[in-house]
Write a protein that binds this ligand. Structure first.
Ligand code: ADP
Ligand code: GLC
Length: 471
């Protein structure tokens, strides 16, 4: 089963968030199930591309309206990944030291057109194309509608929505950049008077998936304007929960950790990682350590952190450590707190893969009070590392975390509010003092199986089910 994933991110090559983790893991697990899965992504100028060598397998020019750009398809020479990976190298547009920017319309439109132009030349074409998020949202439309891709339009295409907040909107002044199609069908591109790549994908893909079952249900009520469309296309939608790449996220072998551990050695292992964190960030290792890792954006509820942390630190004998970046106002508020709660609170504003792993290992509790959480990987990583998650009851968090009072293993609250965050921190602090239960829970959560095996199977079944039926 030849599957081609098309994505803007893929771990370990380029990662902004969970999309990269998914695209870096799903193909590997599909291959373990006998698939022949590969990824095509933009060629960015980053550490990975600087440190590896690539072979040019195809070169041509891609048209973006009146402009033409040279591009090459590169293939990674070494076998560091468990799947083939191809890169679209458009030096002028894509070869940057960032993944996303303000001129993404041109960048990702050119990427998508180049991918399809190249696909036309392939002797062995993919049996299925799997697109991820709005950056690849015009692939299903172009396959279905553009004259030049007619020979590819029998290839079933699946779109996975990782986050429907971002839809890639652009104005009709850019329409001429899309290869020719029958203008009678222009409505397929449109949502509320602008070109909406995510809406076009929902209309034209053969199947539409989201990254958890609950998020799919939520999207049908509120999808940043696309809820009616998702209800209308309901027959072709399904929610499949993401998984954990258990080779990357394994406390027993994780090379980033200060000390590795498994279920039977969890106490000593977590203690060593916590000690390192507390030394490094001037915190008291005898106090319960609450952590947050993530993008500082409204969806994650992070705008509430400066207030919530202030209240929680005043009312409880705890430590808090945050790793993240995003909204400058939130970043400012989080930095100000450092002085007010010296020795009890610290924050690293930025992105640091290694530190994130040590935090999953060394923290006692992980905070995720998200307003929107399509799946969320952090809570699954934290389970695997024996760190108890504190989550809001939404999206993928709802599908993975059960409250301790319901015979579960985490702390679940209903609202993204300072009050609910602080109440959960209070409950968790009380739980921390029950050493016997705490120990038992750490061991219990480490054994929960969220590996990709199950979900990868579900995607394979989905592809098979659509072979002949375009809905
Ligand atoms: P999202 O994709 O919405 O950001 P997810 O929970 O799906 O949320 O995935 C986030 C991923 O990004 C996880 O692998 C998490 O560890 C990582 N991550 C987020 N922020 C940072 C950061 N500042 N430093 C290191 N890793 C981060
Ligand atoms: C998005 C979502 C996140 C999800 C990730 C991977 O970034 O915000 O919840 O886990 O994609 O699917």
């Amino acid at each position: 089963m030849r599957i081609m994933h098309v994505s803007a991110e893929c771990y370990p090559i380029a990662k902004v968030g969970g999309l990269a983790d998914v695209v870096g893991a799903l193909p590997k697990y599909q291959n373990q199930l006998g698939g022949d899965s590969s990824v095509v992504m933009p060629f960015y100028n980053n550490t990975f591309t600087q440190k590896h060598t690539f072979k040019t397998i195809y070169s041509a020019r891609v048209s973006l309206g009146h402009n033409e750009y040279d591009y090459s398809i590169l293939k990674l020479k070494s076998n560091v990944l468990d799947f083939d990976i191809f890169f679209v190298d458009i030096q002028e547009l894509l070869f940057k030291d960032y993944v996303y920017s303000a001129d993404d319309t041109d960048r990702f439109l050119a990427f998508q057109i180049a991918v399809l132009d190249w696909m036309l030349t392939l002797k062995k074409k993919p049996k299925y194309i799997h697109c991820h998020d709005h950056h690849t949202g015009l692939v299903p439309f172009m396959l279905q509608e553009c004259y030049c891709y007619e020979s590819l339009n029998k290839i079933p295409v699946v779109t996975t929505i990782h986050n429907a907040q971002y839809q890639g909107w652009f104005g009709y002044n850019n329409l001429y950049k899309i290869p020719d199609f029958n203008l009678d069908n222009i409505g397929l591109l449109d949502w509320n008077g602008t070109i909406n790549p995510l809406a076009a994908a929902i209309k034209c893909a053969w199947r539409v998936t989201t990254v958890s079952p609950s998020y799919m249900e939520e999207l049908k009520q509120d999808a940043n304007g696309l809820e009616g469309l998702l209800r209308h296309e309901s027959a072709k939608t399904v929610g499949i929960l993401n998984g954990v790449d258990t080779e990357v996220w394994n406390p027993e072998t994780d090379t980033y950790l200060i000390k590795n551990y498994k279920v039977s050695t969890v106490e000593a292992g977590k203690k060593a990682n916590k000690k390192w964190l507390c030394n490094e960030y001037d915190l008291d290792q005898d106090k319960p350590l609450f952590a947050f890792i993530g993008r500082l954006v409204g969806e994650k509820g992070s705008d509430l952190f400066p207030d919530a942390f202030d209240v929680a630190l005043n009312n409880n004998d705890i430590s808090i450590l945050l790793l993240g970046s995003g909204n400058p106002i939130t970043e400012g508020g989080l930095n100000v707190l450092k002085k007010e709660h010296e020795g009890k609170y610290n924050a690293f504003i930025g992105y640091d893969e290694r530190l994130s792993h040590i935090i999953y290992a060394g923290a006692d509790f992980l905070l995720m009070p998200s307003r929107v959480e399509p799946c969320g990987l952090n809570q699954m990583y934290s389970l695997r590392y024996g760190t108890i998650p504190i989550v809001r009851n939404i999206g993928g968090l709802k599908d993975t975390i059960v409250d301790i009072e319901d015979e579960g293993f985490g702390f679940v609250h209903q609202n993204t509010s300072v009050k609910d965050i602080c109440l959960s921190i209070e409950r968790a602090t009380a739980f921390y003092s029950n050493k016997k239960e705490l120990k038992k829970t750490k061991k219990r959560i480490m054994k929960i199986d969220h590996s990709w095996d199950n979900s990868a199977k579900k995607y394979m079944q989905l592809y098979k089910s659509i072979k002949k039926a375009k809905l």
